[in-house]
Design a protein around this ligand. Structure first.
Ligand SMILES: Cc1cc2nc3c(=O)[nH]c(=O)nc-3n(C[C@H](O)[C@H](O)[C@H](O)COP(=O)(O)OP(=O)(O)OC[C@H]3O[C@@H](n4cnc5c(N)ncnc54)[C@H](O)[C@@H]3O)c2cc1C
Length: 357
């Protein structure tokens, strides 16, 4: 098998997380490569809603999102490539019993990112299309981007900085020399690297199992339905509804994307259609929050797996004592909005450790 030059760091996986890490590493001046088994942004990034928001019930996720938010808002300045940010605003509905904690968390974030507490009557006044018995947090600057477009922009910018991208290059095995990982065996030969980063999305758990690397991750299906209200409400915000386990946002042409967790962990390595019984669940939960759901036409349903972890906190760390193999995954349907800051932190960690091989 032909061998290739040695990288300081080789990233495996061309989704938004791998691409953001590649770009952050290239900006630090490292000699970096990325291997993707198919084409860039073909994994769960291709199906992502691309919602960018800051408030999370968990403080660590809020911190990651708050640091990523200005990066996305000024993407061209951050990456050197334009990408549209569609500002919709967002309402976050805290689960019953978590209102006090949510308000405290919001007060900590509000000096950095505009957000406001709305009591139920203010939600109803501003949004007559909604049922609201409890409060919500309003984040006016939230919105969405196109995750495949963002991912390809990271890749183009990284290439301009000297990164090498190997598409159509599936990784079969990790190369191990003594106690260090030294590269990967691919369908096109061996790629050597001083350090390897795995950003395999929902493939991460099975890949780690195959290499007997302990982890606490799993793949879980996310289903999104497309609904068209007969009279689309104007200025409708995106939403995360922890009362009814609903999330979604305005889509195109007066339509909405709407989803709720499936808890389905039977991983398929291919895009999957939405399941009708789950569309019924989405419908039932949707009617509890939105008056328009009852009359909205069903215009399709699709699904993809993402990598999950307890609390959605994910993992971004070395998994070997020699600190040569890092895994970054497990953000449970929320990895897009966190990618810039995850990448920045991971790149700094790797740059500290990198030496010439
Ligand atoms: C339906 C849906 C909606 C979502 N909505 C949002 C949202 O609104 N906001 C938000 O922040 N997040 C959202 N997410 C989550 C977010 O999109 C993901 O967390 C993020 O895209 C994960 O990116 P990734 O790079 O880890 O994974 P992926 O995009 O899956 O990339 C992994 C890549 O690794 C490649 N690969 C796998 N195995 C190998 C191998 N052996 N060799 C080489 N390459 C390999 C795959 O081909 C793939 O391209 C959503 C996710 C889904 C599924």
């Amino acid at each position: 098998m032909p061998s290739r030059p040695c990288y300081d760091v080789l990233v495996v996986g061309g989704g938004v997380i791998g691409a953001a890490v590649l770009h952050a590493l290239a900006k630090l001046g490292l000699h970096v490569g990325l291997a993707e088994r198919g084409v860039i942004a073909q994994g769960c990034t291709a199906y992502s809603g691309g919602l960018v928001r800051v408030f999370h019930a968990d403080e660590r996720l809020s911190e990651l999102a708050a640091a990523s938010y200005p990066f996305y808002r000024d993407f061209e300045a951050s990456v050197g490539e334009p990408c549209t940010f569609t500002q919709t605003g967002l309402l976050y509905f805290p689960a019953a019993g978590t209102e006090v904690a949510a308000r405290g968390q919001m007060n900590r974030l509000a000096p950095r990112v505009p957000m406001a507490w709305l009591e139920a009557e203010r939600v109803r006044a501003a949004h007559p299309e909604m049922h609201a018995d409890g409060p919500a947090i309003h984040e006016p600057g939230a919105g969405y981007m196109s995750p495949p477009q963002v991912t390809r922009a990271f890749i183009r910018a990284a290439r301009q900085l000297g990164a090498v991208v190997h598409e159509g290059t599936a990784i079969d095995k990790l190369v191990r020399v003594g106690d260090r990982y030294a590269g990967v065996e691919t369908t096109l030969g061996t790629l050597f690297a001083d350090r390897v980063v795995l950003a395999l999305g929902p493939h991460t758990p099975s890949f780690l199992d195959q290499h007997r690397i302990p982890h606490a991750l799993w793949a879980q299906r996310i289903q999104v339905d497309i609904r068209r209200p007969p009279a689309p409400p104007r200025d409708h915000p995106a939403w995360i509804d922890d009362v009814n386990q609903l999330n979604g946002r305005p889509h195109d042409d007066g339509r909405f994307l709407i989803g709720c967790p499936t808890h389905d962990i039977r991983f398929h390595d291919r895009p999957v259609a939405g399941i009708a019984s789950h569309s019924d669940v989405i419908d039932a939960m949707g009617r509890r929050r939105f008056k328009w759901v009852a009359d909205a036409g069903r215009e399709g349903s699709y699904a993809s797996f993402d990598c999950y972890s307890e609390g959605g906190l994910g993992t971004a760390r070395f998994v070997d004592e020699a600190r040569t193999l890092a895994v970054i995954s497990g953000f449970s349907g929320g990895g897009f909005k966190l990618a810039p800051e995850l990448a920045r932190r991971t790149a700094r960690l790797l740059a500290q450790e990198a030496s010439t091989c």
